[in-house]
Design a protein around this ligand. Structure first.
Ligand code: HPA
Ligand code: ZN
Length: 326
């Protein structure tokens, strides 16, 4: 029988988490002080009051402002290491975190500073905890494809540290097809491909991510429910959806957790997974997301088991590692 204790102790995999979104208020303040950057907030309370979102854009404004305190390699190490410690405490054994280089390049931070800090923490996670990882570099979709190409060019000398590329930021008005060429180029470089689609955007954006970008996973994808044919297709090709329950309620994709469609998607045979998205901003990490499903949607033991095994199936880990994770 399922309980919070069973949820907490189960081995887990996380496939949709933005490192910049794991910046906890306490570390944000410490880095602001260490780097002499004005973080724009008087107190911890003032900061947390700003975490009152009405949609994706109102969150992104706060999320990009918070990232201003990240300047040095050690900052990116500390950020990543804090997330690794959380994962270890929650028995998350394999992670595929996102990072947004353009957010930092714009402020004069070098690609090397960012990637070396993150990579060093992921190496320590492997050696200290046996935690495996695959790092995914996201392109910001509110910027143009030219900027994404420049970013990919910078990444070329670090491909041993990067497993894939993704697409995030403001979805509405920035459909996947805007990035067809840079995704094609990324694929030629041997990178895995994922994209946010169907969070705030319509089901047609999910079709575009599949057909125009040839992604191997859809991030969010909850609006697939509006297109029966798409749902059948996603089920048939076992296209994973990295669903983020707490994120979706904080950003008002669903008014309340009791209205979330995750188990409808699962019942339709889709390869649905559970993830935290931006845990410092949305009220929790992996365990808290599962707790919410248990409390508000009466998640059963078999549904929980299915969600966990879907995450292993959907991961980019090697076949050998997948066997260990099952
Ligand atoms: N959607 C789009 N962009 C993002 C998100 C998200 O949920 N989180 C961080 N960047
Ligand atoms: Zn996301």
């Amino acid at each position: 029988k399922l309980s919070k204790a069973v949820i907490d102790s189960a081995p887990k995999v996380e496939l949709h988490m933005h490192l910049e979104g794991s910046l906890e208020p306490k570390l944000l303040f410490a880095l602001a002080q260490r780097n002499n950057v004005d973080c724009g907030y008087e107190s911890l309370e003032a900061l947390q009051k700003a975490y009152n979102f009405s949609n994706l854009q109102s969150f992104l404004d706060v999320y990009y402002a918070g990232a201003n305190v990240l300047l040095h390699e050690q900052d990116f190490y500390d950020l990543t290491w804090a997330y690794v410690l959380k994962c270890h405490a929650q028995n998350v054994r394999h992670i595929e975190p996102f990072f947004d280089p353009q957010t930092h390049l714009e402020r004069g931070v070098s690609f090397e500073t960012i990637i070396n800090g993150i990579d060093r923490a992921l190496i320590d996670a492997q050696s200290q905890f046996g935690m495996s990882s695959m790092l995914i570099m996201c392109f910001l979709r509110h910027l143009d494809q030219e900027s994404a190409f420049t970013t990919l060019e910078l990444a070329k000398s670090h491909l041993s540290k990067i497993s894939g590329v993704g697409l995030d930021s403001s979805e509405l008005g920035n459909p996947p097809e805007k990035f067809s060429e840079v995704f094609e180029k990324s694929r030629e470089l041997g990178l895995k491909l994922v994209a946010h689609a169907g969070e705030e955007g319509p089901a047609s954006y999910i079709w575009s991510a599949i057909n125009d970008l040839q992604v191997q996973r859809i991030d969010h994808g909850v609006r697939a429910i509006e297109d029966e044919q798409l749902m059948r297709h996603l089920a048939q090709i076992r296209m994973p959806l990295t669903v983020c329950p707490l994120s979706n309620t904080k950003l008002k994709v669903f008014e309340h957790m009791s209205q979330h469609n995750i188990f409808q998607l699962l019942d339709k045979g889709l390869c649905v997974t559970v993830n935290s998205d931006d845990p410092a901003y949305f009220g929790g990490y992996m365990n808290e997301n599962f707790h919410a499903l248990y409390q508000d949607l009466a998640m059963s033991a078999s549904q929980f088991k299915q969600l966990l095994s879907n995450s292993v199936e959907a991961s980019f880990a090697s076949q050998a590692r997948k066997l260990q994770l099952q």
